[in-house]
Write a protein that binds this ligand. Structure first.
Ligand code: FAD
Length: 560
């Protein structure tokens, strides 16, 4: 007799009872094991994976030091009280509660990944765990690393000790308090005007989207709300934005960069381009200005916000060392988001990147396979087939061609090599590969954005949902190292555009097809897109009511 027992914890057992029904022999219990999936992180990538996963044949464990998902695009708004911190977070338990599959959450951080034994070592957030007593180990069949990144300080002395970062919700709350504290401090009778100037000098390091948006938010907060409450402070406040390269918002269209720089100039935000920070002390920030013979300039400040991009978590660094990737900033994956050399470990979001070197090797192999007569040349027809194959396998190549408004790689070759007659020639493979590697550096990796992380999470969940089905009926491109097809199509990023809020109800939007819009209409587009992207109806209602409250009453400036 066969009995199948399903337990509350999700395990299934098969019991074989004695066939003659005497019941004297004890039943043999044998667990039908579900595959264990461990997800590290509850950010954009991890949460979108969990939201889309709906195959009940997995036993899922989620490990993250924060028990909520945070809508990071609204973090700059939290720094000035335009939106409240609680409005942009959703408990992860409430997200997974709605799922019909087994998902358990542990509030802990992973401090070691042991790829060889398929284990992750974790410790809870609590103080008592510091002595190591509460550490625990979790086994996995599949590991999904979605731990994001930490702020990159470039090892600049004094940054960790003296600067504020803007990465987590707590950072945004801390900044809000520091700004208000600076205004209260500068109002005390004990300070000279010179000191007041220093205290009310806010410096933002990094002219990327986050730094620019924060500078714009701060400018609005000061001019729309704080100067009314601290009228004497008006003449002392200054905002400076330091950027090491030639322009702010480098990744945006030139029209947006130009508009932002001009707007900041009109608003009185001092944008110092070509300024590389070399040291931060408790009261001064030292910069090396390009073209100044390496001369160091020191700027007195009251508060610094450091926003210069992504660095690597120590646990990821350690893992990269184990698997021979120690010279990289992020985990190298293949186009199916599998960590290179680890068939059961996936990495998504800010902590991962598709390995470009491998892309070039693979492209070379595709050519080799197409060159059937080993002549070292391809006809244009064969060549076009190869391009189709490359684009199917490497969406970033296709994206690159689209961005450059090129129809195919022949145009790319033309760009790299000068004139190539498109129709009548036979293409020399070696020449082509050389040309391709010259422009390789321009085929940039995917940006570290929420958009990429969320799409990767959704893609991977869809793969996991169809794992068994795709095992039987592979749907991916033809393998060129082995026979048959890949199980899945590779990850394909769909760029939906990007925004740069510039303050004063002005936003720049760069939408697909290089469509650029700047002004108040884009601000309304920004409001509607972000409201629609919020993770739940609760957060949507809270954020919209925060925006309405700000329009009617202004931002709250109490220091709590
Ligand atoms: P995250 O969302 O950072 O999540 C990482 C998760 O890993 C967190 O849950 C964290 O607690 C967890 N974790 C960390 N360490 C451990 C550990 N040791 N063990 C287990 N778990 C761990 N992108 C856009 O597309 N548009 C925007 O407008 C935008 N604005 C932004 C504004 C700000 C201020 C910031 C900071 C970022 C912004 N981004 C924006 C970028 C976007 O937030 C990131 O690209 C995105 O969060 C990356 O998602 P992720 O899942 O990789 O990492």
């Amino acid at each position: 007799k066969l009995v199948v027992i399903c337990t509350i914890s999700g395990g299934c057992y098969v019991a074989y009872a004695d066939a003659n029904g005497t019941g004297s022999a004890p039943p043999v219990l044998e667990e039908i094991k579900k595959k264990k999936v461990v997800v590290l992180g509850t950010g954009w990538a991890g949460t979108s994976f969990l939201k889309k996963l709906n195959n009940p044949s997995y036993d899922v464990q989620v490990i993250s030091p924060r028990n909520y998902f945070a809508f990071t695009p609204l973090l700059p708004s939290v720094t000035c009280g335009t939106v409240e911190a609680r409005s942009i977070v959703e408990p992860i338990r409430s997200i997974v509660r709605k799922k019909s599959i087994d998902i358990r959450y542990w509030e802990a951080e992973c401090f070691k990944i042991e790829a060889e034994n398929k284990k992750v070592h974790c410790r809870p957030n609590s103080e008592s765990s510091k002595n190591g007593k509460e550490e625990f180990v979790v086994d996995y069949d599949y590991l999904i690393i979605a731990m994001g990144a930490r702020p990159n300080t470039f090892n600049t002395p004094g940054v960790v000790e003296n600067c504020n970062f803007l990465k987590e919700v707590e950072d945004a709350q801390q900044i809000r308090q520091s700004v208000i504290n600076s205004f209260e401090k500068a109002s005390l009778p004990t300070f000279s005007d010179e000191e007041r100037k220093r205290i009310l000098h806010f410096v933002v390091v990094g002219g990327g989207p986050t730094g620019v948006e924060f500078a714009a938010e701060l400018h609005d907060f000061v001019n729309e709300d704080l100067v009314k409450l601290y009228p004497a402070a008006k003449d002392f406040v200054k905002i400076t934005l330091l950027e090491a390269s030639d322009h702010i918002l480098n990744m945006f269209d030139k029209r947006i960069t130009g508009f932002a720089e001009e707007k900041f100039q009109r608003d009185g935000i001092d944008v110092k381009l070509g300024s590389m920070v070399v040291k931060v002390s408790d009261k001064e920030i030292s910069t090396k200005v390009r073209g100044n013979d390496g001369e160091i300039t020191t700027i007195p400040y009251g508060m610094v916000v450091w926003s210069t991009g992504n660095g690597t978590h120590p646990v990821i660094k350690d893992f990269m060392q184990q698997i021979g990737q120690s010279n990289r900033r992020a985990l190298a994956t293949d186009e199916w988001l599998r960590v290179e050399g680890c068939s059961t470990i996936y990495a998504l979001g800010d902590c991962a990147t598709v390995n470009q070197r491998k892309v070039m090797e693979d492209i070379a192999a595709i050519f080799k396979k197409a060159d059937k007569d080993n002549s070292g040349t391809l006809t244009v027809k064969e060549f076009r087939e190869v391009i189709k194959d490359i684009c199917e396998r490497y969406p970033q190549v296709e994206l690159y061609l689209k961005n450059k408004k090129m129809r195919d790689l022949v145009d790319l070759l033309k760009m790299a090599k000068g004139d190539v007659a498109k129709e009548a020639i036979e293409l020399n493979i070696e020449e082509f590969k050389k040309a391709l590697s010259e422009v390789d550096s321009q085929m940039k990796n995917l940006p570290a954005t929420a958009q990429v992380a969320a799409q990767q999470g959704t893609y991977l969940a869809n793969c996991f949902n169809r794992m068994e089905e795709a095992e039987k009926n592979p749907e991916g491109p033809i393998r060129f190292r082995e026979e048959g097809r890949h199980r899945f199509h590779p990850f394909r990023y769909k760029h939906l555009g990007q925004f740069a809020p510039l303050g004063g109800e002005q936003t720049a939007a760069q939408l697909p097809g290089d469509w650029v819009s700047i002004g108040q209409s884009s601000q309304w587009l920004w409001y509607s897109v972000y409201a629609s992207k919020l993770v739940s109806w609760r957060t949507r209602v809270l954020v919209i009511s925060d925006w309405t409250r700000r329009f009617v009453f202004g931002r709250d400036s109490s220091g709590i």
